[in-house]
Every structure is written in C-alpha cells, then in structure tokens.
Write a protein that binds this ligand. Structure first.
Ligand code: SF4
Length: 316
C-alpha cells in the first residue's frame, strides 16, 4: 500500500524500518538540533540550540493535522515514535499529543526516544506515563564522562538525572529500556562501566541496549567500538542487547512525488547510505544513487566513508 497524502508533512518522517521498533513512523516535536545535550556522537550534528526551556516549539495542532492525515490511510505500523534531531520532551505539548494518539488511535503503539535528562521533572513524567515504550539514553555515570560525551546544558545535574530515571521506572507501567552509547577511549573503561552497572541495578530497566557509532557523528574523532569489545561489555552489563543494522522490508512510504526533496529531507535529519535511503523511501537503489550523484555534483551534499559504507550528508 502506498499512502496518498493530501498535505505536505513537515514533522512526520518514515515509516523507518528499525530492528527494535519494527516499522516506525517518526514524529519531530522540536526543530532540528534543539536539545538539552550536545553529544559528541550525535548523528544529526552539533546542537545549535542548547536549552532546558520547555515550549511549544512546533505547533501541536499542526502535528495532529499531519498525524490525522497519515493515519486516515490506516497504515500498518509497529510504533509511532517521538524522536528526530532534538529532545522531544522539550515540547511542552508532548502530553497532549500522547493523549491524542491514545484516545483517537488506540490501535497504534507509541514510543519515545529521549535522552532522559528531563525525566526528573514530575510534569514531564506525568506527560509520558501512557507511552508504550520509552528508550532513555544514559552514556555515563560519572560527571567527567557525562561532560565529555554529552556536553550538557550547564543547568543539568547528572545525579538528578539518574534519580529521575530511577523514580520514573518505579511508577512507569510500560516498557522502559536504557540505551548506552559506547565511545571507545571515553566510556568503555572498567571504572565507568562498573559505575554504569551500579546505576542500572538501581534503575531496573526492562532491557539495556548498547549502541556505537554507525554513521558520521558530530565530532569526526569519534569512532565505533569494535564488535568484540561490544560483546564483552554487553555481557558485563547484564547481557545487554547490541544494536545492529537489521534491514526490514520497506513497502509503505510517506509520499509519492518530489524524490529530490524527500531525499534531501531524509539526509538533512541524519547521514544515510544509498541503501538506507532506498529502504526508507521505498525507491530503487539505482534511482537513489542517480539522484545522490547529481546532488553531489551540484555541491548540495557530500560523501563520508565509514566502516558500514559511504554516507551522504548535507554540505554544511
Ligand atoms: S544524540 Fe540525542 S541527546 Fe544527544 S545531542 Fe543528539 S539529539 Fe541531543
């Protein structure tokens, strides 16, 4: 089935195939790179708006309008996921959107990908209680590594963030996973891992996931962890799950026309390989490569070679 959209979507993307979330429709709740952190590995680049201010960054009515249009086609989805290139909990209308989806479209499951920095605030915790799956990041248990990896807003306090995750998990009745991003040479040493393990014991997440660099990050010196080391650390951290690319057959996609626009909008969110784009947009690989070559010739995009392949990103 192909969706015939009647409006242009600015805040929906995908559905994106994901190993953990299956077929997931992404929803942006904040403008690109509006975040409480400025992680060195962020695949969306450096944070341009580092803030703790909660606000209606994107109109809730506009997001509802796009969701209503997309869901009117009754698409098959595994999740509707708040994610994108910023921190979704910064949008003060998050609770309203969660309520809208749960009351108007109860058959769809809702997921939230968050950096977890605001879950110590009771008003944020209340807003997300009905979300079916929350994946919260926690890359460090020591202030030194938190500062080095996540480069937080100066108003954030790591102990408070960890307390927030512990308190939230006590009240939350749905799935709660913690994701740790490993940066070799920074948070993969014994001391940090032992502290992280102690914190995980206090949080009691339903699952722990280990992630590492897969596409170009905000800082070019960040490299992926080796598989062997990942496997060893995963075993140490209560048999954490290692996140790996797992292609899912992609048939539905967001819109029909404007391949150039869709392609640019996809790689503006995060660097992608030709294969990634072909899957996300449901377009033949050779068509994608033709367009990418043309955009590269025009100077609109550039190539970056990574262990997983050649990635395309917007020329900054
Ligand atoms: S990885 Fe997530 S939390 Fe970190 S800067 Fe990027 S958007 Fe923000």
């Amino acid at each position: 089935m192909t969706n015939k959209q009647s409006i242009d979507y600015r805040y929906l993307f995908g559905p994106v195939p994901s190993r953990r979330l299956g077929k997931s429709l992404g929803v942006d709740l904040v403008p690109h790179k509006t975040c409480t952190l400025n992680c060195i590995y962020c695949e969306c680049g450096r944070t341009t708006h580092l803030t703790l201010k909660k606000d209606v960054y994107i109109s809730i009515d506009q997001i509802k309008k796009e969701l209503a249009d997309f869901l009117s086609h009754d698409p098959k989805l595994d999740f509707i996921t708040f994610s994108g290139g910023g921190e979704p909990t910064l949008n003060s209308g998050l609770g309203e959107i969660v309520h809208y989806l749960k009351s108007e479209y109860p058959k769809y499951k809702v997921a939230l990908l968050t950096n977890g920095t605001l879950l110590h605030l009771s008003e944020i915790r209340k807003q997300v209680l009905d979300v079916d799956l929350i994946i919260a990041s926690l890359d460090a248990a020591s202030k030194k590594n938190f500062d080095e990896i996540n480069r937080p807003h100066p108003g954030l306090n790591l102990s408070k963030i960890i307390e927030g995750l512990i308190t939230f998990k006590e009240d939350f009745r749905h799935l709660f996973w913690v994701e740790i991003f490993l940066v070799p040479g920074v948070n993969d040493h014994e001391d940090e891992l032992s502290k992280l393990k102690q914190v995980l014991d206090l949080i009691h997440p339903d699952s722990v996931h280990l992630n590492t660099l897969d596409r170009p990050g905000a800082e070019s010196w960040v490299v992926p962890a080796e598989k062997k080391s990942l496997a060893k650390i995963a075993k140490y951290l209560h048999h954490a799950d290692m996140i790996r690319a797992h292609p899912v057959e992609q048939k539905d996609h967001l819109c029909e026309g404007g391949l150039y626009e869709r392609l640019l909008s996809t790689i503006r969110r995060r660097p992608c390989t030709g294969e990634d784009i072909s899957q996300i947009l449901g377009v033949q690989l050779h068509d994608v490569i033709d367009r990418l070559d043309a955009l590269k010739k025009d100077g609109a995009i550039k190539k970056i070679v990574m262990p997983r392949g050649v990635f395309y990103t917007i020329r900054g």
